[in-house]
Design a protein around this ligand. Structure first.
Ligand code: LLP
Length: 421
């Protein structure tokens, strides 16, 4: 459920008309609903009620400081995967003790930054990383709290580019090697083992792969405890999917996910961490675009938008589906038209949808891409020298630009021409 609804035939974000934002900010832009972000965070928090837990929002999904501040102020922890994300979480006011650091390639500089600034734990993904972290911690005279990310070799049954829990993926250490790796970690004086980490993929629409992975983690917890490790924290990753169409998709609810976590892991009395990204931000954001031209092709009509694959890459990159709706609601009873919906970038891949039925659209109309709040703005680029598009946050009847649109001058000024040229 989200707060992007029609009122009197006009699409609104909470109590603000999208057309009003477009008139002020120009198109294209991303628009987030504060109430939806809050609601989704709360769903996870409530799903784990009764268990010691921390919901660490995976900020890779949508990392604007305003979004991080909103969630951080509600008590959310953050999952970061780079020094840049760590800096964002801190700049949004999230204390280090609520930040977990994931990722397969943390550099010594990033480790130093987090150890100096405060960190809840590093989710270590390999033996070389463990040795590097040990060295940095010793150099700083501290002990780095760690979990080891185990790869449980389960099939997440999601898009191949976002599945991470199979042995052929680059993530984590094979669960079969875990006991040996933990023994090695325990011998490193710069490290303090606090728990186990697992993350098997993103946009999972079934609980079964999660259950399979968490059952393996439960067994491993018992084995590691037998080996003398104080396993007190389980980081279960993110990955719960969202419905991308209004039709028949019904991914599991956070409530059922939480119940399954308690069922598989509750008896271990560990503190539970989860790292949801998409479910918090995905349906809390839309991308709004203007129609530049309606072009009649040979047997098909094209809607040429002012947004392109550089602004929202998911369709080009993962063949992802986003519902695209008119900002002015279709008149009831009027026959829909069929369009290929494309952007202006010079690539055939710059196609958002093929043969999509929607109401008759004219040049100058506005359309909204639904479910674009996660992995939308954060994956944008300036390909074709198109400046990054702005982000807007709505709360109730207020809205604010939370990232402004750079001018062409801003963009050009980042380059420099050497004197000798
Ligand atoms: N934790 C870790 C270690 C992750 O790698 C990820 C996502 C998450 C948590 C959050 O997963 P979520 O709850 O958002 O599914 N760009 C792709 C998605 C990539 C996900 C990468 N890792 C997309 O647009 O579908």
């Amino acid at each position: 459920m989200d707060h992007f609804l029609y009122r009197d035939g006009e699409l609104y974000a909470e109590e603000v008309a999208i057309a009003e934002i477009a008139a002020e900010v120009g198109t294209p832009f991303y628009c987030y609903s504060a109430a939806t972000l809050e609601r989704h965070y709360r769903l996870f928090d409530e799903a784990l009620e009764g268990t010691d837990h921390l919901v660490c929002y995976a900020i890779k999904a949508a990392s604007n400081l305003a979004i991080l501040k909103l969630l951080g102020d509600m008590g959310a922890g953050m999952d970061v995967v780079s020094g840049g994300e760590y800096a964002r979480a801190r700049a949004a006011g999230v204390p280090g003790e609520r930040i977990v650091f994931s990722g397969v390639g943390k550099t010594a500089d990033e480790m130093r930054m987090a150890l100096e600034g405060g960190i809840r734990q590093f989710n270590v993904e390999s033996e070389p990383e463990m040795l590097a972290l040990n060295a940095v911690a010793l150099e700083l005279g501290v002990r780095a709290p760690i979990t080891v990310r185990v790869n449980p070799d389960v099939d997440a049954k999601t898009h191949a580019k976002i599945a991470t829990g199979k042995s052929e993926n680059k993530f984590g250490i094979p669960i079969s090697k875990a006991r040996a790796v933990y023994a090695e970690a325990a011998g490193l004086p710069g490290l303090e083992v606090v728990g186990i980490d697992v993350h098997i993929g993103s946009q999972l629409t079934d609980l079964a792969p999660f259950r399979e992975a968490y059952e393996k983690v439960a067994l491993l917890t018992e084995e590691l405890r037998e080996d003398g490790h104080d396993i007190r924290r389980l980081d279960l990753g993110g990955g719960l999917g969202i419905p991308y169409t209004n039709s028949n998709e019904t991914p599991p609810l956070p409530r059922d996910y939480g119940a399954m976590i308690k069922e598989t892991l509750g008896h271990l009395n560990c503190e539970i961490e989860i790292e949801p990204g998409r479910l918090v931000a995905g349906n809390a954001g839309i991308m709004v675009s203007g129609v530049i031209y309606v072009k009649e092709g040979d047997g098909r009509d094209f809607l040429i938008l002012d947004a392109a694959m550089n602004d929202l890459v998911r369709p080009a990159m993962y063949d992802a589906h986003h519902d695209i709706v008119p900002v002015k609601e279709a008149e009831p009873g009027v026959e829909p038209a069929r369009y290929d919906i494309v952007g202006p970038v010079c690539e055939t891949g710059d196609t958002f949808a093929r043969e999509r039925d929607m109401s008759v659209i004219q040049a100058g109309d506005l359309v909204a891409f639904r479910s674009a709040g996660a992995y939308g703005a954060v994956m944008a680029s300036e390909y074709n020298s198109r400046p990054l598009i702005p982000e807007v946050l709505v709360r109730g009847d207020q809205f604010a630009v939370i990232r402004r649109r750079p001018s062409l001058e801003d963009m050009l000024n980042r380059d420099s021409i050497p004197e000798w040229l």
